[in-house]
Design a binder for this molecule. Structure first.
Ligand code: ADP
Ligand code: MG
Length: 419
Protein backbone atom coordinates (compact mmCIF):
# COMPACT_ATOMS: atom_id res chain seq x y z
CA UNK A 1 0.00 0.00 0.00
CA UNK A 2 1.24 3.41 -0.90
CA UNK A 3 2.08 5.90 1.83
CA UNK A 4 -0.68 8.36 0.78
CA UNK A 5 -3.43 5.77 1.21
CA UNK A 6 -2.21 5.00 4.69
CA UNK A 7 -2.31 8.64 5.71
CA UNK A 8 -5.73 9.15 4.23
CA UNK A 9 -7.09 6.13 6.06
CA UNK A 10 -6.07 7.72 9.35
CA UNK A 11 -8.00 10.77 8.20
CA UNK A 12 -10.99 8.60 7.51
CA UNK A 13 -10.91 7.44 11.09
CA UNK A 14 -11.34 11.06 12.18
CA UNK A 15 -14.45 11.27 10.03
CA UNK A 16 -15.94 8.11 11.49
CA UNK A 17 -15.23 9.06 15.09
CA UNK A 18 -17.59 12.07 15.25
CA UNK A 19 -20.29 10.06 13.48
CA UNK A 20 -20.22 7.52 16.29
CA UNK A 21 -20.34 10.35 18.81
CA UNK A 22 -23.33 11.72 16.93
CA UNK A 23 -25.16 8.44 17.32
CA UNK A 24 -24.47 8.42 21.04
CA UNK A 25 -25.77 11.95 21.41
CA UNK A 26 -28.93 11.10 19.50
CA UNK A 27 -29.63 8.31 21.95
CA UNK A 28 -28.98 10.61 24.90
CA UNK A 29 -31.40 13.05 23.40
CA UNK A 30 -34.20 10.66 24.23
CA UNK A 31 -33.07 10.30 27.79
CA UNK A 32 -32.52 13.97 28.54
CA UNK A 33 -34.98 15.44 26.03
CA UNK A 34 -32.53 17.89 24.52
CA UNK A 35 -34.42 19.23 21.54
CA UNK A 36 -32.89 21.29 18.78
CA UNK A 37 -29.56 19.66 19.42
CA UNK A 38 -29.45 17.59 16.25
CA UNK A 39 -28.38 20.19 13.73
CA UNK A 40 -26.06 22.20 15.97
CA UNK A 41 -24.40 18.97 17.02
CA UNK A 42 -23.69 18.06 13.40
CA UNK A 43 -21.92 21.41 12.96
CA UNK A 44 -19.81 21.00 16.11
CA UNK A 45 -18.83 17.42 15.35
CA UNK A 46 -17.88 18.33 11.80
CA UNK A 47 -15.64 21.09 13.16
CA UNK A 48 -13.88 18.53 15.35
CA UNK A 49 -13.56 16.23 12.38
CA UNK A 50 -12.09 18.98 10.20
CA UNK A 51 -9.50 20.03 12.74
CA UNK A 52 -8.41 16.43 13.38
CA UNK A 53 -8.07 15.79 9.65
CA UNK A 54 -5.98 18.94 9.28
CA UNK A 55 -3.68 18.04 12.17
CA UNK A 56 -2.74 14.78 10.46
CA UNK A 57 -2.35 15.70 6.81
CA UNK A 58 -0.18 14.28 4.09
CA UNK A 59 2.36 16.71 2.66
CA UNK A 60 2.44 16.25 -1.10
CA UNK A 61 4.76 19.15 -1.84
CA UNK A 62 6.19 22.17 -0.09
CA UNK A 63 3.38 24.15 1.52
CA UNK A 64 0.77 21.78 0.12
CA UNK A 65 -1.05 19.63 2.63
CA UNK A 66 -3.68 17.15 1.77
CA UNK A 67 -6.31 15.60 3.92
CA UNK A 68 -9.94 14.51 3.83
CA UNK A 69 -11.36 17.63 5.45
CA UNK A 70 -13.68 18.14 2.50
CA UNK A 71 -15.74 15.14 3.61
CA UNK A 72 -16.87 16.55 7.00
CA UNK A 73 -17.15 19.92 5.25
CA UNK A 74 -19.66 18.57 2.73
CA UNK A 75 -21.54 16.40 5.23
CA UNK A 76 -21.72 19.25 7.74
CA UNK A 77 -23.27 21.72 5.31
CA UNK A 78 -25.71 19.18 3.86
CA UNK A 79 -26.95 17.99 7.25
CA UNK A 80 -26.38 21.07 9.40
CA UNK A 81 -28.12 24.38 9.95
CA UNK A 82 -28.48 27.34 7.64
CA UNK A 83 -25.31 29.07 8.80
CA UNK A 84 -23.16 25.93 8.96
CA UNK A 85 -21.62 26.72 5.56
CA UNK A 86 -20.31 30.04 6.80
CA UNK A 87 -19.12 28.67 10.16
CA UNK A 88 -17.28 25.69 8.69
CA UNK A 89 -15.68 27.75 5.91
CA UNK A 90 -14.30 30.46 8.18
CA UNK A 91 -13.29 27.92 10.82
CA UNK A 92 -11.42 25.79 8.30
CA UNK A 93 -9.63 28.72 6.62
CA UNK A 94 -8.64 30.13 10.01
CA UNK A 95 -7.12 26.83 11.13
CA UNK A 96 -5.39 26.48 7.76
CA UNK A 97 -3.82 29.91 8.15
CA UNK A 98 -2.77 29.23 11.76
CA UNK A 99 -1.18 25.87 10.96
CA UNK A 100 0.77 26.60 7.80
CA UNK A 101 0.59 30.31 7.08
CA UNK A 102 0.19 31.86 3.64
CA UNK A 103 1.17 29.36 0.95
CA UNK A 104 -0.17 28.24 -2.44
CA UNK A 105 -2.18 25.64 -0.59
CA UNK A 106 -4.07 28.38 1.26
CA UNK A 107 -5.19 29.93 -2.03
CA UNK A 108 -6.22 26.54 -3.39
CA UNK A 109 -8.25 26.00 -0.21
CA UNK A 110 -9.87 29.40 -0.46
CA UNK A 111 -10.91 28.85 -4.07
CA UNK A 112 -12.12 25.27 -3.63
CA UNK A 113 -13.92 25.64 -0.33
CA UNK A 114 -15.55 29.01 -0.95
CA UNK A 115 -17.03 27.85 -4.23
CA UNK A 116 -18.10 24.58 -2.62
CA UNK A 117 -19.69 26.36 0.34
CA UNK A 118 -21.83 28.45 -2.02
CA UNK A 119 -22.95 25.43 -4.07
CA UNK A 120 -23.52 23.26 -1.00
CA UNK A 121 -25.51 25.95 0.75
CA UNK A 122 -27.83 26.03 -2.25
CA UNK A 123 -28.13 22.25 -2.59
CA UNK A 124 -28.72 21.83 1.16
CA UNK A 125 -32.14 23.46 0.79
CA UNK A 126 -33.40 20.50 -1.21
CA UNK A 127 -31.05 17.83 0.01
CA UNK A 128 -32.82 16.61 3.16
CA UNK A 129 -36.05 15.93 1.29
CA UNK A 130 -34.36 13.63 -1.26
CA UNK A 131 -34.51 9.83 -1.22
CA UNK A 132 -31.50 7.91 0.03
CA UNK A 133 -30.44 6.98 -3.48
CA UNK A 134 -30.57 10.57 -4.67
CA UNK A 135 -28.69 11.72 -1.57
CA UNK A 136 -25.86 9.29 -2.34
CA UNK A 137 -25.68 10.44 -5.95
CA UNK A 138 -25.77 14.04 -4.85
CA UNK A 139 -23.02 13.79 -2.24
CA UNK A 140 -20.92 11.70 -4.63
CA UNK A 141 -21.32 14.27 -7.40
CA UNK A 142 -20.57 17.16 -5.07
CA UNK A 143 -17.36 15.63 -3.76
CA UNK A 144 -16.28 14.76 -7.30
CA UNK A 145 -16.87 18.37 -8.29
CA UNK A 146 -14.87 19.65 -5.34
CA UNK A 147 -11.90 17.36 -6.08
CA UNK A 148 -11.98 18.56 -9.70
CA UNK A 149 -11.91 22.19 -8.58
CA UNK A 150 -8.87 21.39 -6.43
CA UNK A 151 -7.26 19.50 -9.31
CA UNK A 152 -7.65 22.33 -11.80
CA UNK A 153 -6.69 25.16 -9.47
CA UNK A 154 -3.59 23.30 -8.30
CA UNK A 155 -2.41 22.13 -11.75
CA UNK A 156 -3.36 25.19 -13.79
CA UNK A 157 -2.92 28.11 -11.42
CA UNK A 158 -0.22 26.90 -9.08
CA UNK A 159 1.70 24.39 -11.19
CA UNK A 160 1.51 21.63 -8.65
CA UNK A 161 3.14 18.55 -10.07
CA UNK A 162 1.84 15.26 -8.87
CA UNK A 163 1.77 11.84 -10.48
CA UNK A 164 -1.52 10.68 -11.94
CA UNK A 165 -1.42 7.73 -9.62
CA UNK A 166 -1.49 10.02 -6.60
CA UNK A 167 -4.40 12.04 -7.96
CA UNK A 168 -6.44 8.94 -8.73
CA UNK A 169 -5.71 7.47 -5.31
CA UNK A 170 -6.85 10.71 -3.71
CA UNK A 171 -10.03 10.95 -5.80
CA UNK A 172 -11.07 7.37 -5.14
CA UNK A 173 -10.52 7.54 -1.40
CA UNK A 174 -12.31 10.87 -1.09
CA UNK A 175 -15.34 9.72 -3.05
CA UNK A 176 -15.62 6.34 -1.33
CA UNK A 177 -15.16 8.09 2.02
CA UNK A 178 -17.94 10.57 1.31
CA UNK A 179 -20.35 7.86 0.21
CA UNK A 180 -19.61 5.83 3.33
CA UNK A 181 -20.04 8.85 5.58
CA UNK A 182 -23.35 9.71 3.88
CA UNK A 183 -24.61 6.15 4.32
CA UNK A 184 -23.58 6.14 7.96
CA UNK A 185 -25.18 9.44 8.84
CA UNK A 186 -28.35 8.38 7.02
CA UNK A 187 -28.42 5.18 9.04
CA UNK A 188 -27.98 7.11 12.27
CA UNK A 189 -30.79 9.47 11.35
CA UNK A 190 -33.05 6.60 10.34
CA UNK A 191 -32.46 4.82 13.64
CA UNK A 192 -33.17 7.96 15.57
CA UNK A 193 -36.40 8.60 13.61
CA UNK A 194 -37.46 5.01 14.16
CA UNK A 195 -36.92 5.32 17.89
CA UNK A 196 -38.96 8.51 17.91
CA UNK A 197 -41.80 6.75 16.07
CA UNK A 198 -41.81 3.79 18.42
CA UNK A 199 -42.01 6.10 21.41
CA UNK A 200 -44.85 8.01 19.83
CA UNK A 201 -46.77 4.79 19.12
CA UNK A 202 -46.26 3.63 22.69
CA UNK A 203 -47.61 6.89 24.09
CA UNK A 204 -50.59 6.75 21.77
CA UNK A 205 -51.43 3.26 22.84
CA UNK A 206 -51.45 4.21 26.51
CA UNK A 207 -53.72 7.18 25.87
CA UNK A 208 -56.20 5.23 23.78
CA UNK A 209 -56.34 2.36 26.27
CA UNK A 210 -56.93 4.72 29.18
CA UNK A 211 -59.55 6.63 27.23
CA UNK A 212 -61.38 3.46 26.28
CA UNK A 213 -61.49 2.08 29.80
CA UNK A 214 -62.46 5.38 31.43
CA UNK A 215 -65.22 6.08 28.93
CA UNK A 216 -66.54 2.61 29.51
CA UNK A 217 -66.59 3.05 33.26
CA UNK A 218 -68.44 6.36 32.91
CA UNK A 219 -71.01 5.06 30.46
CA UNK A 220 -72.38 2.41 32.81
CA UNK A 221 -73.39 4.72 35.70
CA UNK A 222 -74.86 7.12 33.14
CA UNK A 223 -77.10 4.38 31.76
CA UNK A 224 -78.28 3.52 35.28
CA UNK A 225 -79.08 7.15 36.06
CA UNK A 226 -80.97 7.48 32.82
CA UNK A 227 -83.04 4.37 33.60
CA UNK A 228 -84.16 5.70 37.00
CA UNK A 229 -84.84 9.17 35.65
CA UNK A 230 -87.02 7.67 32.95
CA UNK A 231 -88.97 5.70 35.58
CA UNK A 232 -89.58 8.86 37.65
CA UNK A 233 -90.52 10.72 34.47
CA UNK A 234 -93.29 8.23 33.71
CA UNK A 235 -94.64 8.27 37.28
CA UNK A 236 -94.41 12.04 37.78
CA UNK A 237 -97.66 14.00 37.88
CA UNK A 238 -96.46 17.61 38.22
CA UNK A 239 -95.78 19.01 34.69
CA UNK A 240 -93.06 21.32 36.01
CA UNK A 241 -90.96 18.54 37.51
CA UNK A 242 -91.69 16.38 34.47
CA UNK A 243 -90.08 19.06 32.33
CA UNK A 244 -86.98 19.13 34.55
CA UNK A 245 -86.69 15.37 34.34
CA UNK A 246 -87.05 15.55 30.53
CA UNK A 247 -84.16 18.02 30.28
CA UNK A 248 -82.02 15.87 32.59
CA UNK A 249 -82.62 12.80 30.38
CA UNK A 250 -81.74 14.76 27.24
CA UNK A 251 -78.50 15.98 28.76
CA UNK A 252 -77.60 12.46 29.86
CA UNK A 253 -78.21 11.29 26.29
CA UNK A 254 -75.86 13.95 25.03
CA UNK A 255 -73.17 12.88 27.47
CA UNK A 256 -73.55 9.24 26.38
CA UNK A 257 -73.28 10.30 22.73
CA UNK A 258 -70.07 12.21 23.39
CA UNK A 259 -68.61 9.25 25.19
CA UNK A 260 -69.57 6.87 22.39
CA UNK A 261 -67.89 9.19 19.91
CA UNK A 262 -64.82 9.28 22.07
CA UNK A 263 -64.83 5.52 22.27
CA UNK A 264 -64.84 5.25 18.48
CA UNK A 265 -61.75 7.45 18.43
CA UNK A 266 -59.99 5.35 20.97
CA UNK A 267 -60.43 2.16 18.97
CA UNK A 268 -58.73 2.51 15.62
CA UNK A 269 -60.18 -0.62 13.97
CA UNK A 270 -63.33 0.14 11.97
CA UNK A 271 -66.46 -1.53 13.29
CA UNK A 272 -68.80 -1.10 10.38
CA UNK A 273 -67.10 -1.69 7.05
CA UNK A 274 -69.04 -0.31 4.12
CA UNK A 275 -68.50 1.41 0.79
CA UNK A 276 -67.45 4.99 1.44
CA UNK A 277 -67.89 7.25 -1.58
CA UNK A 278 -65.09 9.77 -1.22
CA UNK A 279 -66.80 12.49 -3.20
CA UNK A 280 -70.01 12.32 -1.13
CA UNK A 281 -68.12 12.39 2.14
CA UNK A 282 -65.95 15.32 1.09
CA UNK A 283 -69.12 17.24 0.16
CA UNK A 284 -70.56 16.47 3.57
CA UNK A 285 -67.41 17.62 5.34
CA UNK A 286 -67.40 20.85 3.34
CA UNK A 287 -71.05 21.46 4.30
CA UNK A 288 -70.34 20.90 7.97
CA UNK A 289 -67.29 23.17 7.99
CA UNK A 290 -68.53 26.01 5.78
CA UNK A 291 -69.93 28.03 8.73
CA UNK A 292 -66.62 27.78 10.59
CA UNK A 293 -64.72 28.70 7.42
CA UNK A 294 -66.94 31.75 6.85
CA UNK A 295 -66.27 32.87 10.39
CA UNK A 296 -62.51 32.82 9.69
CA UNK A 297 -62.84 34.41 6.24
CA UNK A 298 -61.68 31.17 4.64
CA UNK A 299 -63.03 29.68 1.43
CA UNK A 300 -63.25 25.94 0.85
CA UNK A 301 -62.73 24.62 -2.67
CA UNK A 302 -63.11 21.06 -3.89
CA UNK A 303 -61.81 19.55 -7.06
CA UNK A 304 -62.65 15.96 -7.86
CA UNK A 305 -62.08 15.80 -11.62
CA UNK A 306 -63.68 12.65 -12.99
CA UNK A 307 -63.50 10.80 -9.72
CA UNK A 308 -67.06 11.02 -8.48
CA UNK A 309 -67.45 7.27 -8.22
CA UNK A 310 -64.25 6.51 -6.31
CA UNK A 311 -64.88 4.67 -3.12
CA UNK A 312 -62.94 2.88 -0.41
CA UNK A 313 -64.09 0.50 2.25
CA UNK A 314 -64.18 1.66 5.83
CA UNK A 315 -66.38 3.34 8.37
CA UNK A 316 -68.18 6.41 7.02
CA UNK A 317 -68.38 8.28 10.32
CA UNK A 318 -64.73 7.80 11.11
CA UNK A 319 -63.69 8.81 7.65
CA UNK A 320 -65.69 12.03 7.99
CA UNK A 321 -64.24 12.73 11.42
CA UNK A 322 -60.67 12.31 10.26
CA UNK A 323 -61.22 14.65 7.31
CA UNK A 324 -62.99 17.21 9.51
CA UNK A 325 -60.05 17.36 11.92
CA UNK A 326 -57.57 17.97 9.12
CA UNK A 327 -59.64 20.57 7.26
CA UNK A 328 -60.40 22.31 10.56
CA UNK A 329 -56.68 22.66 11.27
CA UNK A 330 -56.26 24.09 7.77
CA UNK A 331 -58.93 26.69 8.49
CA UNK A 332 -57.41 27.52 11.87
CA UNK A 333 -53.96 27.96 10.35
CA UNK A 334 -55.16 31.04 8.44
CA UNK A 335 -56.29 33.65 10.98
CA UNK A 336 -56.30 36.29 8.24
CA UNK A 337 -58.36 34.23 5.81
CA UNK A 338 -57.36 32.39 2.65
CA UNK A 339 -58.41 29.20 0.97
CA UNK A 340 -58.37 25.49 1.64
CA UNK A 341 -58.29 23.29 -1.42
CA UNK A 342 -59.46 19.67 -1.29
CA UNK A 343 -58.38 17.65 -4.31
CA UNK A 344 -59.31 14.07 -5.07
CA UNK A 345 -57.08 12.02 -7.34
CA UNK A 346 -57.80 8.46 -8.32
CA UNK A 347 -55.04 6.47 -9.98
CA UNK A 348 -55.94 2.86 -9.67
CA UNK A 349 -55.26 1.12 -7.26
CA UNK A 350 -54.95 4.21 -5.03
CA UNK A 351 -57.28 7.08 -4.16
CA UNK A 352 -55.61 10.18 -2.85
CA UNK A 353 -57.14 13.13 -1.10
CA UNK A 354 -55.06 16.26 -0.77
CA UNK A 355 -55.99 18.96 1.71
CA UNK A 356 -53.95 22.04 1.12
CA UNK A 357 -54.08 25.34 2.96
CA UNK A 358 -52.21 28.62 2.63
CA UNK A 359 -51.62 28.96 6.34
CA UNK A 360 -48.66 29.42 8.60
CA UNK A 361 -47.12 26.02 7.84
CA UNK A 362 -44.96 23.82 10.03
CA UNK A 363 -41.27 23.06 10.48
CA UNK A 364 -40.03 19.52 9.86
CA UNK A 365 -39.82 19.07 13.62
CA UNK A 366 -43.45 20.00 14.09
CA UNK A 367 -44.47 17.68 11.26
CA UNK A 368 -42.62 14.84 12.95
CA UNK A 369 -44.55 15.46 16.15
CA UNK A 370 -47.96 15.55 14.45
CA UNK A 371 -50.20 12.79 15.72
CA UNK A 372 -48.53 12.74 19.11
CA UNK A 373 -51.20 13.09 21.81
CA UNK A 374 -51.40 16.57 23.35
CA UNK A 375 -49.02 18.12 20.83
CA UNK A 376 -50.45 21.54 20.09
CA UNK A 377 -49.16 24.99 19.21
CA UNK A 378 -52.48 26.68 19.92
CA UNK A 379 -53.48 28.38 23.17
CA UNK A 380 -56.82 26.62 23.28
CA UNK A 381 -55.82 23.53 21.32
CA UNK A 382 -56.25 20.00 22.62
CA UNK A 383 -53.56 18.39 20.53
CA UNK A 384 -55.87 15.43 19.97
CA UNK A 385 -57.26 16.17 16.50
CA UNK A 386 -54.32 14.85 14.54
CA UNK A 387 -53.89 11.88 16.84
CA UNK A 388 -57.49 10.87 16.15
CA UNK A 389 -57.21 11.45 12.39
CA UNK A 390 -53.97 9.55 12.09
CA UNK A 391 -55.20 6.55 14.03
CA UNK A 392 -58.56 6.44 12.20
CA UNK A 393 -56.94 6.65 8.77
CA UNK A 394 -54.36 4.01 9.66
CA UNK A 395 -57.18 1.83 10.99
CA UNK A 396 -58.80 1.96 7.55
CA UNK A 397 -55.56 0.98 5.82
CA UNK A 398 -54.70 4.50 4.69
CA UNK A 399 -51.53 6.56 4.87
CA UNK A 400 -50.91 10.24 5.50
CA UNK A 401 -48.05 12.28 4.12
CA UNK A 402 -47.53 15.81 5.32
CA UNK A 403 -45.49 18.43 3.56
CA UNK A 404 -45.23 22.08 4.45
CA UNK A 405 -43.34 25.30 4.01
CA UNK A 406 -43.23 27.62 7.01
CA UNK A 407 -45.29 30.74 6.45
CA UNK A 408 -46.62 29.55 3.08
CA UNK A 409 -48.60 26.34 2.90
CA UNK A 410 -49.32 22.89 4.32
CA UNK A 411 -50.48 19.87 2.41
CA UNK A 412 -51.93 16.68 3.86
CA UNK A 413 -51.96 13.82 1.36
CA UNK A 414 -54.16 10.91 2.41
CA UNK A 415 -53.80 7.73 0.42
CA UNK A 416 -56.21 4.77 0.47
CA UNK A 417 -56.20 1.56 -1.47
CA UNK A 418 -59.24 1.48 -3.79
CA UNK A 419 -61.39 -1.52 -3.06
P1 ADP B 1 -55.03 21.30 17.93
O1 ADP B 1 -55.70 21.70 16.64
O2 ADP B 1 -56.00 21.12 19.05
O3 ADP B 1 -53.88 22.17 18.30
P2 ADP B 1 -54.18 19.05 16.39
O4 ADP B 1 -53.75 17.67 16.75
O5 ADP B 1 -55.38 19.15 15.49
O6 ADP B 1 -54.43 19.82 17.73
O7 ADP B 1 -52.97 19.78 15.73
C1 ADP B 1 -51.72 19.80 16.38
C2 ADP B 1 -50.85 20.96 15.93
O8 ADP B 1 -50.38 20.74 14.61
C3 ADP B 1 -51.57 22.29 15.85
O9 ADP B 1 -51.56 22.95 17.09
C4 ADP B 1 -50.78 23.05 14.81
O10 ADP B 1 -49.67 23.70 15.41
C5 ADP B 1 -50.23 21.97 13.92
N1 ADP B 1 -50.99 21.91 12.66
C6 ADP B 1 -51.87 20.95 12.31
N2 ADP B 1 -52.38 21.19 11.08
C7 ADP B 1 -51.80 22.33 10.64
C8 ADP B 1 -51.91 23.13 9.42
N3 ADP B 1 -52.74 22.78 8.43
N4 ADP B 1 -51.13 24.24 9.33
C9 ADP B 1 -50.30 24.59 10.34
N5 ADP B 1 -50.16 23.90 11.50
C10 ADP B 1 -50.89 22.79 11.65
MG1 MG C 1 -57.05 20.61 15.47
Amino acid sequence: MDIITKDLLINFLFILLPLFLLQMFYLRKFVYKIDNLKDTLVTILCMISIILCMLFPFSVADGLYWDLRRIPFIIGILYGRKNTAFILLSFMLFIRLMLWGVTDGLYISIITFTSMAIILRYVARYYLKMSLEKKLWMSGLLVLLSTQVTYFTSTMLFNVNLTNKMWIEYFVITIVGTLMATLLIEMIRMNSDLLEKVMKAEKLEVVSHLAASISHEVRNPLTTCKGFLQLSYEEEKSPEIKQYLGTAIQELDRATDIISDYLTFAKPAPEKVEKVFIFQEVEKVVNVLTPLANMHGVQLFTNWGENEQSYISGDRKKFEQSLINIVKNGIESMPKGGKVQINIFADYPMVRIEIRDEGKGMTQQQINRLGEPYFTMKNTGTGLGMMVSFSLIKGMGGQIKVDSEVGRWTSFMIEFPMT
